[in-house]
Design a protein around this ligand. Sequence first.
Ligand SMILES: *Cc1c(COP(=O)(O)O)cnc(C)c1O
Length: 364
Amino acid sequence: MSAVGGVIRSEIASLAAYHVQDAAGYIKLDAMENPFPLPDGLREGLATHLSKVAVNRYPDPAAVALTKALRNAMGIPKELDILLGNGSDEIIQMLAMACAKPGAKLLSVEPAFVMFKMIATFCGMTYVGVPLRAADFRLDADAMLAAITEHQPALTFLAYPNNPTGNLFDREDVRRIIRASLGLVVIDEAYFAFSSQSFLDEISQLPNAVLMRTVSKLGLAGARLGVLIGRRAWLAEVDKVRLPYNINSFTQTAATFLLENIGEFIAQTKVLVAERTAMAASLSRLFARFPGTLCFPSEANFVLIRVPDAAAVFAALKARKILVKNTSQSHTLMRDTLRITIGSPAENATFLTALTSILESQYA
Ligand SMILES: *Cc1c(COP(=O)(O)O)cnc(C)c1O
């Protein structure tokens, strides 16, 4: 056995690394990024703030200014604590590290955000995935409750809206899952800026639930900043596994300034929500002509579609320099699906024109 094979944990050796497609030169509709660049009016202010960063010093370990800006921007209730992560991915990892007793389980739905399962593996937790309903990706509440009884998960993750499906789960089902859990339930609102629903106002009434958000999909993916919102009793424990200075000085400074101007980003998300509505309507009209096609309802900044041959449509889009996410292989329920991030109005129009001619030629 080679030294590498003998040293690396077998469950890590058998993983495939998280793959990011090379996107240079493409219309990028694959990663749920905000397509709009930083508003011109904010560039100079940002430059001024960043030029004053004391880069010779460690960052503020408590990120006081940023915490205040986040609380204001998101309207986080005073009675709740917050904990910051280098992206919400890091928060998922902190939660798993803090809860990974020998044999502890992490439960989620399938299909779900892939990092739930990957991070469970990184941290030595056993992952349990409960399939969503095949027709419409609704929660199978009975199956979830049965899995909670059987597995007693330390952690349960529910993305609300869900990625990669885009839908919101039934609120009462989510509450039933929280009530039935002895462990901690994490409601992941990565797409809060695009959603008509949130648990933010309810989380203080739920003793074993916490809420996670990120500024990534809002337009600050490059800053790497996520936030966990919840009761002090939970967050104080998770905070113990946080590496000191996990939020670097540039992120603290930039995100504080940009969140003080959150109105600019809210305006962008409103355009994207309107674009999502228009995209769904255009896809429904288009898909009416082609049997076997489907557009799933979304409350996020992407739509999931089903086409008869997703691999062929993906390749044809790519040939036209449009990059989407082929989610077909991610789960049996995801067969022949593509996940399309909502782009700028011009990008969406280009996508729709391309998809129309691809379907027309494939069905001809
Ligand atoms: C994008 C995404 C995240 C990760 O966000 P970062 O803050 O960029 O790490 C977490 N959860 C869900 C459901 C996501 O789609």
